[in-house]
Design a protein around this ligand. Structure first.
Ligand SMILES: Nc1ncnc2c1ncn2[C@@H]1O[C@H](COP(=O)(O)OP(=O)(O)O)[C@@H](O)[C@H]1O
Ligand SMILES: [Mg+2]
Ligand SMILES: [Zn+2]
Length: 518
């Protein structure tokens, strides 16, 4: 009896782990393959594929009863990733027994004819293999580009089982693929959505710029066709450029979700996710019997846009609270708990009323005051509590639409956003949140931080008092205005919050001013 050991990988949350595939054979007149080590149905099916692929490719398997053990036993192994390492561990070919596989890691699903099919989760598994010290990684050719983004491990694209065997028998070597950092940053610019495409809407643009700088969540309110979706989809490009670290983190989530096609080989821009209001809770926050990351995690390091916000299911709004607060989601199921990051900027959009035209200059609103109130009361309270800025996006005048004057580009706005963020960051040096995470933006200031960092001058205090008394603000509303004013002052690089800063922050609380308190 001989034991052969081949390495592969698995995923827990967004972290990859090394899996050992050990195969033994015992003589028996009845040939059989047994796979042990918590295999799910897919792994059992793997037997069929491995056998068929070996037959189709004329690759001889060891004889007798073959036992394959996937270790460690306590991690749940799912999917079809292990076809390739299992096949390799069972091959009985002269020359192959002398190959040292100890520095190689293998991932990939086999077709019945022995071709390799792409699998999901290759990026986190590639990172794990690299971190565990493996030198070579063999993956399906369609996953190779994505795997190469792990950097620091040599990635071989494999088209079929025969090609792999020939590689190790030195008959024909596979050419490894290399990750080119320049390719990553030089992504086609034609995918960029620019703010200069949006005419007028100066207040909404200013509000989004402020939101981007302080990481404030924001609600856009306006009739259909005024540019709310247009504006929201452009926000990723006024946020600071995504870093390599952030891109890898979010790309891992795409990889696990099986959205490999959107990786090229990594996400080159901050993600923008706009799920429909009818989506299921599992699609929103993640989960399902074979847990997958949800929209909140696909939006990690980017923007989550909830259009037609009042239409979203109450339960979905409830479960959104955890990812918004904690910046990660915990998904629990029978025998495992996984964690996915979910740090996103939330943008919500809605019509001002059921018919959509309340406040429109030409189209009449057909709603009654009661139905308008009902419509607004459909907005989820718990989410509204986490939205610092609410701004109206009104219908454009003809003159605003009929212009050739180019509006500001995203690039120019982004530069201001970065400057304001840097100013805020230098103030927060070393400051911690209750969960021990560093405080990095104004939106996440807790009451003690608001008292420490939001110092108002006399003029500012007068405006704030007036607003408080006239709008009947709550204590929480008061804190929110201060946080937004803090961001406004950061654009001026002013430690002191002044009158104009407060006035603009008050203006960015549309619901307080107009809808709820009149
Ligand atoms: N401010 C604007 N500047 C340029 N085009 C606009 C503007 N607002 C709307 N549009 C045009 O109308 C279309 C619909 O806009 P959209 O952003 O979907 O509106 P909303 O989300 O508010 O209903 C856009 O694709 C664009 O062609
Ligand atoms: Mg829209
Ligand atoms: Zn109406």
């Amino acid at each position: 009896m001989s034991i052969s050991t081949i390495y592969s990988a698995a995923i827990r949350g967004i972290v990859g782990q090394i899996v050992t595939v050990e195969a033994t054979n015992a003589p028996s007149p009845q040939p059989r393959i047994d796979i042990i080590g918590l295999p799910d149905a897919a792994i059992k099916e793997s037997q069929g594929r491995v056998r068929s692929a070996a037959r189709a490719c004329d690759l001889p398997l060891k004889k007798g009863v073959l036992t394959v053990n996937l270790a460690p036993a306590d991690i749940k192994k799912e999917g079809t990733v292990y076809d390739l390492p299992i096949l390799l561990s069972l091959l009985d070919m002269p020359g192959l027994d002398k190959v040292d596989f100890s520095e190689c890691c293998f991932l990939g699903e086999l077709s019945l004819s022995g071709d390799l099919r792409p699998v999901s989760g290759v990026l986190p598994m590639a990172v794990a293999a690299r971190d565990a010290g493996f030198k070579f990684l063999f993956v399906p050719a369609d996953n190779a580009c994505e795997a190469s983004a792990a950097c620091g491990i040599i990635v071989y694209p494999v088209k079929n089982a025969v090609q792999l065997v020939n590689h190790f028998l030195c008959k024909k070597r596979i050419i490894p693929i290399e990750f080119n950092k320049d390719d990553f940053f030089a992504v086609a610019d034609d995918t960029l959505l620019d703010f200069s495409d949006v005419k007028g809407q100066d207040t909404a643009k200013k509000a989004l710029e402020i939101a981007a700088a302080g990481e404030h969540n924001i609600l856009l309110i306006g009739p259909p066709g005024t540019g709310k979706s247009m504006l929201a989809s452009r926000v990723p490009y006024i946020l600071p450029t995504i870093t390599m670290e952030e891109s890898i983190e979010t790309s891992k989530i795409y990889s696990i979700a099986g959205l490999n096609s959107e990786l090229n080989p990594l996400l080159a821009h901050r993600p923008f996710r706009a799920p429909h209001h009818t989506l299921s809770t599992a699609s929103l926050i993640g989960g399902g019997s074979n847990p997958k990351p949800g929209e909140v995690s696909l939006a990690n390091n980017g923007v989550l846009f909830l259009d037609e916000f009042p239409e979203f299911d109450k339960h979905n709004c409830e479960v959104l609270r955890q990812p918004i607060e904690d910046r990660n989601v915990t998904i629990t199921r029978v025998n495992a708990t996984v964690n996915y990051p979910s740090s996103f900027m939330l943008i919500c959009a809605m019509n001002p009323c059921k018919c959509g035209y309340y406040g429109h200059p030409t189209k009449p609103c057909t709603c009654t005051p009661q139905s308008r109130r009902n419509y607004l009361s459909m907005i989820s309270g718990p989410i509204l509590d986490r939205i610092d800025i609410q701004v109206e996006v009104n219908a454009l005048d003809f003159s605003e639409l009929d212009t050739f004057i180019a509006a500001e580009t995203s690039e120019k706005i982004r530069r201001r956003v970065c400057r304001a963020r840097n100013f805020a960051m230098s103030r927060f040096d070393g400051e911690k949140l209750a969960n021990g995470m560093p405080l990095t933006c104004n939106a996440r200031m807790q009451p003690k931080h608001v008292r420490k960092f939001c110092v108002i001058d006399d003029g500012g205090r007068k405006v704030l008092q007036l607003a408080y008394e006239k709008l009947g603000l709550s204590a929480r509303g008061y804190d929110r205005i201060l946080k937004v004013a803090r961001t406004v002052a950061d654009f001026d690089e002013s430690e002191l919050i002044k009158k104009d800063h407060i006035a603009l922050a008050v203006q960015l609380r549309s619901l307080d001013r107009k809808y709820f308190n009149n």
